[in-house]
Design a protein around this ligand. Structure first.
Ligand SMILES: NC(=O)c1ccc[n+]([C@@H]2O[C@H](COP(=O)([O-])OP(=O)(O)OC[C@H]3O[C@@H](n4cnc5c(N)ncnc54)[C@H](OP(=O)(O)O)[C@@H]3O)[C@@H](O)[C@H]2O)c1
Length: 321
């Protein structure tokens, strides 16, 4: 089979595309034929082994799996003898944040809590673009106690997480202001109520107060956003912050202050898939897609994603099925 390959942590330019043996499932595993996946920021953490704490989960001193890939849509092509939950031929989708080797034509897994049968009527590419960013967006938003009509500021509206967050929040009737750096029209098209282009305007001077600030690109700090929060407002960031301040501030704010920092651990993959499936089917969620590439032409896309400049999702189409 064709697969992306690297055997050490490092930048994306060490990845090559090569022929490898098709992995065979153990009695407790299923083998999945990958139809589509994404090249995403979680992949970059698995590929670079950064932050260093990632290596506790993805292998030390070298990566446990030489094949990158964390999310997938595909078809079950083999089922281990002890597996009762899944059948050969079923369509599945899922996300394994420590890496599963889905940047290949086939991979095997027993992480069944991280995948699910795929609902009908969702095109492969749309499904692939509705997993990783959605997962983080949903698992952060569900830690906020929001009501219809509340005001939320999303920083990073063009990212995979930010663009998913905007649409999930709009499906909850939240009033969304989003900050981007260019591409204002694409953020507007997601249903955003008010878009601030950070290249033209300083969002901290927008003169509004929010029930929550969700920094989906992890570029702000609590101390900068605090004046934008209402009395009991909450700040959430997708990054640790300088010197890992966000988890520390989250602990501190349990005891001190009305304005809180929340630093959630996003673990509920099935919950994310169950949340997003009906929204896609009802036309309330469409993943923001930057580009679609084939495995043979993926090399430069790894570097592009690593640069932090992608718009939404880079779809890696493995099979034309
Ligand atoms: N906590 C977790 O478990 C977890 C998991 C996955 C990812 N992450 C982190 O979450 C962040 C976002 O991931 P993602 O996949 O959504 O990123 P992404 O798709 O790579 O998003 C980057 C986008 O955000 C824009 N952007 C960059 N700086 C900005 C700023 N200061 N204000 C507004 N927009 C800005 C970029 O625009 P330009 O191209 O114009 O710069 C680009 O379009 C990354 O830092 C990633 O490491 C955290």
């Amino acid at each position: 089979m064709k697969a992306a390959f690297r055997d050490q942590y490092g930048s994306a330019d060490q990845i090559t595309i090569r022929e490898m043996p098709i992995p065979q499932p153990s009695s407790k595993e299923i083998q999945i034929q990958v139809i589509a996946t994404t090249i995403n920021r979680t992949d970059m953490a698995v590929i670079t082994g950064l932050p260093w704490i990632m290596r506790l989960f993805v292998g030390f001193p070298n990566p446990k799996s030489p094949i990158p890939g964390t999310d997938f849509v595909g078809i079950i092509s083999e089922v281990g003898l002890e597996v009762k939950e899944f059948q050969k031929g079923e369509k599945v989708w899922g996300f394994i944040d420590n890496g599963c080797g889905s940047h290949a034509e086939y991979f095997c897994t027993s992480s069944f809590s991280n995948l699910q049968k795929m609902p009908d009527g969702i095109p492969w590419d749309q499904a692939a673009g509705s997993i990783e960013g959605v997962h983080y967006a949903y698992n952060f938003i569900n830690k906020l106690e929001l009501n219809a009509g509340d005001e939320v500021l999303v920083i990073g509206g063009t990212g995979a997480i930010g663009s998913a967050a905007i649409q999930i929040l709009k499906s909850m009737d939240i009033h969304v202001t989003a900050v981007c750096l260019g591409h204002k029209d694409r953020v507007q098209a997601l249903g955003t109520d008010h878009v601030i282009d950070g290249l033209e305007e300083d969002f901290t001077a927008c003169g509004k107060e929010f029930d929550a600030v969700f920094d989906a690109v992890g570029k702000s700090r609590f101390k900068t956003c605090k004046p934008l929060l209402k009395e009991y407002g909450v700040y959430i960031s997708s990054e640790l912050g300088p010197h890992g301040e966000n988890p520390l501030l989250a602990i501190k704010s349990v005891f001190i202050g009305k304005k809180k920092v929340n630093f959630p651990f996003p673990v509920d993959v099935r919950g994310s898939l169950e949340k997003i499936a009906p929204l896609i089917q009802e036309g309330k969620f469409t993943p923001l897609i930057d580009r679609q590439v084939k495995l043979e032409e993926a090399i430069e896309s790894y570097a592009y994603v690593q640069s932090g400049q992608k718009i939404g999702n880079v779809i890696l189409r493995i099979s034309e099925k």
